[in-house]
Design a binder for this molecule. Structure first.
Ligand SMILES: Cc1ncc(COP(=O)(O)O)c(C=O)c1O
Length: 406
């Protein structure tokens, strides 16, 4: 018998919940057949009490794992004190979180919102306003093929993949696409009306392709030469995920604008757009969000950042991520089923030799490991940043057993 959770009756079987879901929710997601009741650390439990090792981590979100005591305590304390005021009033957690992030990044100003898509929307508006003021109305933004920047209309317009775009066309104008990791193609695509370039340091949803060693430095140089803003979408790579606090540190460059979301609140919804002073052109009335930067979200995100720092998690991610890659490398040497391993830190993609990711994922789940796929061929592993070497060993053993079983 499953434990009774605080809010819902988890004594009902999973099939009852999936049937109820199918009657009331919009069908936007193909879900795995696991009805999750609770989590702790790097594990989740379904309503029947079955544990799973969670290498999906809320889709690269749960930095501190599930139910971290410091976050639970902050949520309870802040909820009892103040949840929402609107941005017409000042609140302390918002200012403290902004100071914390600015002290640890090359940026001067922050706008808080609730998701990655919104953070990118704010970056686009900032670039357009900057273009009006400083570049004679230039407004077009160049994005990379195979990138993913969100599901709102403007972020879809910045996403080249036609599977995402096509059902919703026509999309807003103003975005051009170039192949990733090819600075010559980017230089050719710059015109008088180009105002900015947006890139992910590691294309995550697109299959886990890191920028090449020299690409981001070359793009930075091109942007400086041509008077363009460089926006880095670190929604997935930011906040320690890749083994440095911000992924761009590993390429030795600084963007003008950076967007964050996923790991920032370790599961509590919050997004942020960070910009250098020279392009922080928003004035009152230009942009806003009712919930963005509310005291509850900011207090949680501040606790998350302090925990990441005090637990020295960024160095841990670099070390445990290296260990994970080595173990996967050992597996690859024994399993011709593994064609490639890519990524940095705890953002790792494993290419299978054949297009059988869905069946491999199902077999992993049956053995107690949850992950997801970026394509029919590519598995993604994004465990919480607190994952231990022993938990990595357990995941690799499950993958080993699954691939050995055929
Ligand atoms: C790089 C990147 N940008 C933007 C987004 C969109 O974030 P959200 O789903 O919070 O709107 C995602 C989500 O996967 C992402 O990976």
């Amino acid at each position: 018998m499953a434990e009774q959770s605080a809010i819902t009756d988890t004594s009902l079987p999973a099939a009852t919940w999936t049937e109820r879901e199918s009657r009331v929710l919009m069908s936007t997601q193909r879900r795995y057949p696991i009805v999750v009741d609770r989590g702790e650390g790097c594990r989740i439990w379904d309503v029947d009490g079955r544990p799973y090792l969670d290498f999906l981590g809320g889709l690269a979100v749960c930095s501190l794992g599930h139910a971290p005591p410091a976050v639970a305590e902050t949520v309870a304390r802040q909820a009892a004190q103040l949840i929402q005021t609107s941005n017409l009033l000042y609140t302390l957690p918002q200012i403290e979180l902004a100071e914390f992030l600015i002290e640890r990044s090359p940026f001067d100003r922050i706008f808080f919102c609730n998701s990655g898509g919104e953070a990118n929307e704010a970056a686009f508006k900032l670039a357009r306003k900057w273009g009006k003021a400083h570049r004679s109305g230039a407004y077009r933004i160049i994005a990379a093929e195979n990138a993913f920047h969100g599901r709102t209309l403007a972020t879809l317009a910045a996403t080249a993949n036609s599977a995402y775009r096509q059902p919703f066309e026509p999309l807003p104008d103003g975005f051009d696409f170039v192949p990733f990791n090819n600075v010559d193609a980017l230089a050719d695509a710059v015109h008088d009306d180009t105002v900015a370039v947006i890139l992910e340091p590691i294309q995550a949803e697109g299959g886990l392709y890191p920028a090449s060693e020299e690409y981001l430095a070359d793009v930075r140089h091109l942007c400086d030469e041509r008077g363009l803003l460089l926006i880095l979408d670190e929604v997935q790579t930011g906040v320690g995920r890749t083994g440095t606090l911000w992924a761009h540190e590993q390429w030795g460059i600084e963007p003008d604008v950076m967007t964050l979301a996923k790991g920032l609140g370790s599961g509590f919804p919050i997004g942020a757009t960070l910009a250098k002073e020279h392009c922080s052109v928003f004035e009152p009335g230009d942009h806003a969000s009712t919930f963005g930067g509310n005291p509850l979200a900011c207090a949680v995100a501040l606790t998350v950042q302090r925990e990441i720092e005090s637990l020295n998690l960024v160095a841990h991610v670099a070390a445990v991520g290296r260990y994970f890659m080595e173990r996967l490398g050992d597996l690859r040497a024994r399993h011709p089923d593994i064609a490639d391993i890519r990524g940095r830190g705890l953002l790792i993609g494993v290419d299978l030799a054949q297009e059988r990711a869905p069946e491999v994922l199902q077999a992993l789940r049956e053995r107690g490991l949850v992950a997801n796929a970026l394509s029919a061929r590519t598995l993604r592993f994004v465990p919480p940043l607190i994952v231990s070497q022993e938990e990595v060993d357990e995941a690799v053993q499950i993958l080993d057993a699954t691939l050995s079983a055929g």
